[in-house]
Design a protein around this ligand. Structure first.
Ligand code: URA
Length: 193
């Protein structure tokens, strides 16, 4: 369904100059999906393909994410997907602290607008940012993945949060794939699927 607040946010991200990343990016990648999604997924930052297309998770990691979603009966049209940083960092480097700080208010607004039942954080960066909001200090993704955290994420927004590995990690090391599949089974169960 169309959502004015999300449309406004997309327009702001398009013109955003709050950090340096816009300068080398081809396109902003604000995020996309169902505005009433019960499941929201948060990655790290757009990569090459995402930068070219202006859409999140459309490269190899995205294909794997699609197959994990289809394993629980979901397609892109059922979920909302975004990243912690909305422009591609040069050479796919990790986003810097000040870039995350500048960009994260957009993510906070997206969470408030979508108000999902469960938020899945993909990888270290989004997990660290989101869990810090409920005062969970994350030393590494391995110790928190597959666990459901509950808390009032933003004022008045109670949420369940499930951290898991970034799908790109499973492309480099297939050992992560079985953990990702297991975590998505738990997500499906949480959603009553
Ligand atoms: N990796 C991410 O974290 N986000 C994307 O959109 C694509 C790859």
């Amino acid at each position: 369904m169309p959502n004015e607040l999300l449309d406004e946010l997309v327009a702001e991200v398009r013109d955003c100059r709050k950090c340096r990343l816009w300068k080398q990016a081809k396109n902003p990648v604000p995020g996309e999906g169902k505005t009433e999604a019960r499941l929201m997924l948060i990655g790290e930052a757009p990569g090459y393909q995402e930068d070219v297309k202006g859409r999140p998770f459309v490269g190899r990691a995205g294909k794997l994410l699609d197959s994990l979603l289809s394993g629980i009966g979901f397609g892109r049209e059922d979920v909302y997907i975004t990243n912690i940083v909305k422009h591609r960092p040069p050479e796919n480097r990790a986003p810097k602290e000040d870039e995350i700080r500048a960009c994260a208010p957009y993510l906070d607004r997206q969470i408030r607008i979508i108000n999902p039942k469960i938020i899945v954080t993909l990888g270290n960066h989004s997990t660290g940012y989101i869990l810090s909001k409920i005062n969970v200090n994350v030393r590494g993704i391995t110790e928190v993945r597959g666990k459901i955290f509950e808390g009032e994420l933003l004022f008045g927004v109670p949420s369940k949060i499930m951290p898991t590995f970034h799908p790109a990690a499973a492309l480099y090391n297939p050992a992560y794939l079985s953990s990702l599949k297991e975590d998505f089974r738990i997500i499906g169960k949480e959603l009553g699927l």
